[in-house]
Design a protein around this ligand. Structure first.
Ligand SMILES: Nc1ncnc2c1ncn2[C@@H]1O[C@H](COP(=O)(O)OP(=O)(O)OP(=O)(O)O)[C@@H](O)[C@H]1O
Ligand SMILES: Cc1cn([C@H]2C[C@H](O)[C@@H](COP(=O)(O)O)O2)c(=O)[nH]c1=O
Length: 216
């Protein structure tokens, strides 16, 4: 990861991460509503996804069989389109971007989960996210919703029909969780761990505290 982060031009770039079923999506809209009430322009978006092309790629990644390299290339292709068409213009306008997953998910799922070489992921990351000055676009703050995979699986079982990732076993999600822990340890100034096993209100309070600590 680069120590030289691209300027957000007055905007805010916040990502939400965690294993499937951690409960992050429920909180994105709450933050968006609060910030909109403060007069901010807010873009709520997700990865893979966020543009017509990236949503098409998302459908493939979530539902078609493929190997780890194909998966990594598709999520980075989706990310490139999403950055170019949505995220960068929004940050340049001074908007707040709330993104349900970003590149940490690639290192956690394709890297730690699938066992794909993180050095190759780091090369792709630079190709996709680096600007002309060599600065890397990454979130200013990442809220990592950390939870035991068994509890997340219980929540998901009650919630919806599983996609290709959600069908994977507990061992896969233990590795993904470990991947997030490594990313958090490598970037402690960017990551805040949220104890996602708590009841919804307690999780919301942790989110609010993390934002307040940034003056957000
Ligand atoms: N704190 C909580 N306690 C109990 N249930 C929760 C909590 N937070 C979310 N849930 C429930 O767990 C399920 C998964 O939540 P949600 O879809 O927000 O997770 P997610 O992290 O966005 O998952 P994914 O990444 O797979 O989309 C939903 O049914 C949601 O209502
Ligand atoms: C960005 C990104 C995502 N994934 C996986 C993680 C999830 O299982 C799905 C997205 O579904 P969600 O309902 O939005 O959580 O995609 C991945 O494997 N690699 C990535 O880079």
């Amino acid at each position: 990861m680069s120590g030289r982060q691209a300027e957000a031009g007055g905007g805010r770039f916040l990502s939400f991460e965690g294993i499937d079923g951690a409960g992050k999506s429920s909180h994105i809209e709450t933050v968006a509503e609060r910030w909109r009430a403060q007069g901010l322009e807010v873009l709520c978006t997700r990865e893979p996804g966020g543009t017509g092309l990236a949503e098409t790629l998302r459908e493939l990644v979530l539902h078609q069989p493929m190997d780890a390299l194909t998966e990594a290339l598709l999520v980075f292709a989706a990310r490139r389109d999403h950055l170019q068409r949505q995220v960068e213009p929004a940050l340049a306008r001074g908007a707040a971007v709330l993104c349900d997953r970003f590149t940490d998910a690639t290192f956690a799922y394709q890297g730690a989960g699938r066992g794909f070489d993180p050095a190759v992921l780091a090369v792709l990351e630079r190709w996709v996210q680096q600007d002309a000055q060599g600065r890397l676009r990454e979130p200013q703050l990442t809220l990592w919703f950390d939870i035991d995979p068994a509890l997340a699986a219980q929540r998901l079982a009650a919630a919806r029909v599983p996609d290709r990732f959600e069908r994977l076993d507990g061992a896969f999600f233990e590795r993904v969780r470990g991947g997030y822990a490594e990313r958090a340890a490598a970037a402690p100034q960017r990551f805040v761990r949220i104890d996602a096993a708590q009841p919804r209100d307690a999780v919301a309070a942790q989110v609010q505290q993390a934002l307040a600590a940034r003056g957000w």
